[in-house]
Structures are given as structure tokens and as C-alpha cells.
Write a protein that binds this ligand. Sequence first.
Ligand code: TXA
Ligand code: MG
Length: 324
Amino acid sequence: MPRVELPTREALAEAAERLRRGGIVAFPTETVYGLGADTFNEEAIQRVYATKGRPFNNPLIAHVRDAAQAQRLVATWDRRCEILAQRFWPGPLTLVVAKASGVPAAATAGYPTIAVRCPAHQVARELLAAFGGPLSAPSANRSGRISPTQAQHVASDFAACEDLLILDGGPCEVGIESTVVDLSGEKPRILRPGSVSREAIEIALGERVAGDIMHDTQHASPGTAASHYAPQTPAELVSRDDLPARLAESTKTCIVLARGSFVASPPHHVLIMPTEPDDYAHALYATLRAADALGVSRMLIERVPEGDERWAAVRDRLRRATHG
Ligand code: TXA
Ligand code: MG
């Protein structure tokens, strides 16, 4: 098993030293846990891809301590970058911009752009400070699996990695991955919805921001493949009205993820989800993992409101979790 450590001063120093030697370290952020490596060490970055089983064409987010550190990774830090960093950093917003020439190709999977984000989690910030440079980190799950929101999730995904150090910062507050906004084109565009809403970005920038990348495959971010974030149990979205009939007709045991109270007769199971979008997002991945662990044949997830922007990020993750 990997080694899970509380973020003591000693553990942080050891983590920073491992990173300096080209190692990888799992650490908490306010969104999900990340699997970090030195942005400027190509071998370390290859190790992240190999450990995750991540396709080499899917670029990583560089985590920075502040906007000044981000500026050294990008070709130009324009007005939009400045406004968004001022307004939302540290926090769950990732900016995609043209990369600086000194950034190794491995750090961006060969892309001419780089994704940068300044995380708000205290442990991530302390690790960045102790290391002293940017850390490229995807979510710390095996590729295609559910993102980890607790140290134990990371440990179970990488159970075979004896040497992996995981800093345990408790459950992640936000619970789903950061909003990714592409600022490299003429118009800003959301590549991945998250808890920083499109509306909030539009208000900050004072201009329209294109969104809903799922319906625009031409511009899709490489990591937004439809079947991402999938639980192992076959899952589908069902409206609340249809749930009773679906359960009654099912010959197999189902688990229902209901929003608010719901009763199902045995052998079916129910997990009650929060009714507000932020609380729902916070609980989602841990619940999907718990539902998977029950080993039932089918997962029925109650639909969340369509058209309501506040649910955009959760809707996106549920769409992917139930794809196929
Ligand atoms: O909240 C988060 O963003 C977490 C924590 C650890 O910070 N990280 C995370 O990383 O979710 P990952 O690798 O699982 O997702 C990064 C997303 C992918 O969809 C990837 O394709 C996209 O960002 N991305 C990264 N660099 C990009 C680039 N240069 N252009 C377009 N998309 C990019
Ligand atoms: Mg991921």
C-alpha cells in the first residue's frame, strides 16, 4: 500500500524533497486530490502519466502558488488572465493560455497552450511553497476512474504503488474538478464546468463566455471525453417520477442515488444525496465510490434540474458517469 501521511512539517519536507528528486506525490486540493510532479522535469511528468495510465495526448494542469508563478509559465498574461486570477485565485478555476517557450513539451502533452491554476487548499499551498516551483498534477485517480476526494480514494486506486506518498488533507471541500476556461482564443470558452460558474466568469470579464463544450466536439478539451469519471457499476439517469416503476420492473438489485428522501423496497438500496448543487458536488464522488463498493448490478441516479446553471458542473459529471 502507499503511505498516507498527515501534512506535518516533516511530511511536507519529505514530499518536497521527493518532488525535487523527480518523484511524484499525491496531495489534496479544494477540488479533488492531485498527483503532482515538477513541471520542469520531463521524466517526473512521464512517471505521472505511467502511474495513472493516462493517455499521453491529455495535457496536465500546472499548479502554482500565485499569479506571479503562473506568469512565468505563459507566453502572455493578458487583461483577462489578470482579472480572473485577481477575482478567483486561489480557487477552483483553471486558465488555459499560450505557454512560455521554456516549459517542457511533456508538461502540456505537446500542446502550445498550458493550463494553470492556483489551488486554495492549505496543504497544496504549503507543498507548493516547500517545493518552490510549479507542480503539474492531474486528478489522483487511475485514468478513467472517479476522481478522489479523500486520501483513502487515492490509496485504493494506487494500492500497488508501494512507494507513493499521499498527503492526507481530509475530504475535499468542493468535491469536483476545477472550472477550465480557455483564454487562448479570441473569445473565452469554458472547456469544463466547475464550481466557478460561467456566469461568475462573465460578470468578472464583462463579456460573454462560450460554454457547454460537451455539445461542441470540435473544441473539446482532450480530457473531456464523454466516458470519463465512470463508476464501475452500469449507471443511468432516471427522473424521480420514473424511479418507482424502474425499480419495480428490475429483476436485478439496484442502488438509487436520490436527491432528498426516497424509499425503495428490498432488495434495492437508496443513497440520499443533498438537494443543493454545491452540497451535491461535495458528496458526489465519494457516493459513487461507495455505491460501486456495494457491488450491485445497476445504479439509478435521479436526474438533476436541466437548464439551471447552478447544476451545470454536476450535470456534466453525471452525464459522463452514465455514458454508455
Ligand atoms: O480541480 C482540478 O482541476 C484537479 C486538481 C488536482 O487541480 N485537476 C484535474 O486535472 O482535474 P485533470 O488532469 O484530471 O484534468 C485536467 C483537464 C483535462 O480535461 C485536460 O484535458 C484539461 O484540463 N487541460 C489541461 N491542459 C489543457 C490545455 N493546454 N488545453 C486544453 N485543455 C487542457
Ligand atoms: Mg481527471
